[in-house]
Design a binder for this molecule. Structure first.
Ligand SMILES: *Cc1c(COP(=O)(O)O)cnc(C)c1O
Length: 448
């Protein structure tokens, strides 16, 4: 009886049973809780050595934070409770005077970086921003249009994410698979039939700007709005290296603070129209955030200050590096998306790695050589190819913050191609990466 309950429980587990089994064995072998704690710390340290010091981290959603930002994440204020809006009468708890200062500095710094009228600092993830927008700006049963995953769309704007949870009818934004931009003619036709209340732009796989102005003009015919999910592009926008969604017709932006923005992993939400303030902030508090991690808010404020000083130069180098890497990989025979348009206008380079066995096996092979990337759906894939897509996504944020420039992109392209074509074994490539990383340990574009 007891074993069958145990088995049923294990079968209901979503996580890989092999790795949970490893953890159970490790804990079973510990003679005390203190040893168990040591095991946690060992895993953290192993990751810090490998991913932090010995890898070329080319994951597009990652960025290293400055030492100051990293330190603030363990600040004393992170143990304090501060739910509510800024100001003593709007807080539940007393004793928040310095917390009010930290949060107000964060809000005002975000407004300066993004040149907008309103910003909120309380999203513990950009996903919470997506949920905020759908809760505040739509009603269940409304029609919206968003991007499908093979064209770079994110699950947060599809049926399995916040948009689906809100009970919205989700239609696809037509996309041109060659030019990798919205197909405006088709959009016009379909949007006029669907009359979406909200059109969500922005993507996880993102190479070129969106026709926000043109799309905004169309949806205004029936009072529709454009929402820009800038999770990936937030830093590029703040650094003036991408389009300016709020000035081109988007009414609201959400973004990840830990992607190109290179701050603490969490979310940011920005808007200009004062009429949106109440619906947006009523949703953030008390619906989606209460204890919103003031240590994280302090770290976010500090990274916004770094952005004021270094954002433009840092983000310009990220894009220059991505263009150089796209060119270098293409010159070496790789299939790079967007080759007829200069490969990219963002931090990303997208490869079609079908001839090397697809994205999953390529990403795993490169990881053995300490080159960290991710498999990705590309336009030639179907959404159900999720586990075995044809594409590989590469991002240049971290290597740029470590001080690499265009010439290093040639070395990285040589390494990637050598591993994929088998002219260099993964062990030899890994040794070369570890050696290369020795000269790139310091975080640039910060005051430290
Ligand atoms: C990463 C991502 C999100 C979620 O952001 P988190 O900060 O990880 O919560 C939302 N939308 C898009 C388009 C993304 O790429």
């Amino acid at each position: 009886m007891e074993t069958s309950v145990k088995e049923a429980k294990q079968n209901d587990e979503v996580h890989d049973p092999k790795i949970l089994g490893w953890a159970k064995d490790v804990l079973d072998r510990c003679s005390s809780p203190r040893m168990m704690q040591q095991e946690v710390i060992h895993s953290v340290n192993r990751n810090a050595l490998w991913r932090g010091e010995e890898c070329l981290n080319l994951l597009a959603p990652e960025a290293p934070t400055s030492p100051t930002v990293k330190n603030l994440l363990s600040a004393e204020v992170g143990t304090r409770a501060a739910e509510g809006h800024i100001g003593s009468t709007q807080r539940w708890f007393a004793g928040t005077q310095y917390i009010d200062e930290i949060e107000a500095l964060c809000v005002e710094l975000l407004k300066r970086v993004f040149n907008c009228n309103y910003a909120d600092h309380r999203l513990v993830a950009s996903m919470i921003g997506n949920m905020t927008v759908y809760s505040a700006l739509t009603e269940p049963g409304d029609n919206i249009m968003t991007m499908t995953q093979p064209f770079g769309g994110h699950s947060s704007n599809r049926y399995d994410g916040p948009a689906g949870v809100r009970g919205l009818n989700i239609y696809d934004i037509p996309f041109d698979p060659v030019d990798l931009v919205v197909d405006l003619e088709k959009f016009k036709e379909e949007a006029r039939k669907i009359k979406p209340r909200l059109v969500t732009l922005g993507a996880s796989m993102t190479l070129f700007p969106f026709p926000i102005k043109e799309m905004s003009d169309i949806v205004q015919e029936w009072g529709g709005k454009i929402y820009f999910d800038g999770a990936h592009q937030l830093g590029l926008i703040g650094g003036g290296q991408f389009q300016e969604p709020l000035n081109e017709g988007a009414c609201i932006i959400t973004g990840s603070a830990g992607k190109t923005f290179s701050g603490p992993q969490s979310g940011v939400i920005l808007w200009n129209d004062g009429e949106l303030t109440k619906p947006i902030t009523d949703t953030i508090f008390p619906a989606l955030a209460a204890t919103h991690q003031v240590n994280r808010v302090a770290a976010l404020a500090a990274s916004a200050a770094e952005f004021l000083a270094f954002g433009e130069e840092y983000m310009a180098q990220i894009v220059a590096n991505a263009k150089a890497l796209g060119t270098a990989l293409s010159d070496r025979g790789m299939t790079v998306l967007g080759s007829h348009k200069g490969f990219t206008e963002t931090h990303q380079v997208i490869l079609d790695v079908t001839k090397f066995g697809g994205g999953l096996s390529v990403a795993q092979k490169l990881a053995k050589a300490n080159i960290i990337t991710n498999k990705n759906l590309i336009p030639s894939d179907k959404p159900e190819n999720w586990d075995y897509p044809s594409g590989l996504r590469i991002g240049t944020t971290e290597i740029t913050r470590l001080g690499m420039k265009e010439q290093e992109m040639d070395i990285i392209a040589d390494l990637i191609v050598a591993v994929l074509e088998g002219s260099k074994g993964t062990d030899a490539a890994r040794q070369q990466v570890i050696e290369m990383r020795k000269s790139y340990q310091k975080i640039h574009y910060c005051f430290d």
